[in-house]
Design a protein around this ligand. Sequence first.
Ligand SMILES: [Zn+2]
Length: 256
Amino acid sequence: MISVNDYNTGFNIDKQTLKRLKNMSGILIDQLNSVPIYFVKKETIDEYEISMCLKRECVKEFVAGYWRDDEWWFMREDEEKTKNLMSRLGKCLNNCDTIACYVSQGDAICNEPHILVAQEKITYRNKNQFEDTLIAVLLHELTHSYFSSKINKGDISSHIIEESLCEAYAFSRFDNVENIFGFMTDQRRPPEYTAFKFWSEISRKTQLIFPMIEWKKKNEIGLMLSIFPDNYQFYFRHFLNAHNLSALAKVILLFS
Ligand SMILES: [Zn+2]
């Protein structure tokens, strides 16, 4: 049963929007039926959830440096270089303005995993934009739940891969993207979100569900193979490379 609750906002999702969310949920239908959603005031989400995200200006510099220092794609990764790059990227992390979040453990609001949404942070010109954006935000959070995310907050590569995948899945569920495209590509949003375009490119070659299943299993090699299904060269070259995730994260950022 879908559980949508107003915690302290006076807002209630209308039946039509809920029906659309259900129809668009795809593989997230079990999550939608089991993870309670709470609408909360913006002050409440700020109090409960301090999430970190990357600063765009800082990432721009990082990416520019990456183009200069490094060879394109996954070539010639070495441990020292990767470590340096990742610690540079770590300096780009900052507190971010959270619209919604998936809370993987119980808290004072709900004693099981749940989703918090501060819908007043979504302010758009017309009703359809609000409704579509709210659906996109909820699909994003439900995707975190699908991955049963307990990402280590210090693990930047996983953070980039997961945020961009959640956003990509949300985007992929819209037949008509007119009302959400502006929001999803808004350059004021963190780059790991707008980098969902990486997965849109990939999904021309493979279905998005394949990397999602591998990510859910936390199967790194499977994830890489799902991106390059026919490229066995890639498989052999990188089978023993421990830096696959950071290499992938860097490439994803190029699409931000
Ligand atoms: Zn997220």
